[in-house]
Design a protein around this ligand. Sequence first.
Ligand code: SF4
Length: 216
Amino acid sequence: MAEQLTLGDDGAGGGAAAYLPRSRDLAHLRRAAEHCRGCDLWEPATQVVFGEGPRDARMVLVGEQPGDHEDLEGAPFVGPAGRVLDDALEAAGIDRSTVYVTNAVKHFRFEPRGKRRLHKTPSRTEVVACVPWLSAELTAVEPELLVLMGAVAAQALLGPRFSVTRQRGVVPDAPDGRTTVATVHPSSILRAPPELRDEQLAAFVDDLRLAARLLS
Ligand code: SF4
């Protein structure tokens, strides 16, 4: 069984928990997250990128963190990885407007390189610091099913030893007994060698189809 990080964990060094509002509906959470200083990622980032989607969504998709486009636009999955996700959702017969899409970490972690900002994977400390926001989103939305996309999202909720490569698919003993599917992050498909992209996209679509079947 995966080592689980309890939802609602306060995180390392206090983290985001100190910034959670008294009212935990999505609108209050979103506004409060703008002022979060639960780790150092807020400072170089343009803005917080909170989750988006219906508050009664049956499915929540969780990614890693906002990328360059998301940081500038303030919305999740609007860049190249978002386009892969949109195509995959459509191929799987899932209407994106019916799902809630968010990230494990709400600020963009990057390394400046000239005029470019290169993605950097958030540290475990940063992921744990940010978990209270994801926990609060899940409590507010109460989805029936979670899709965890990539190692950071999966390890945020299932513990640092969880391996998407080894444990891809339906996760037994998921937090709160919620049906949970672990899969890759759509950006991994963009980074794959060109000759492997179609195959990896097909496998990602298969995972989303599985999630849709589990809901139906
Ligand atoms: S990454 Fe998360 S914990 Fe860190 S400042 Fe942003 S919202 Fe707060």
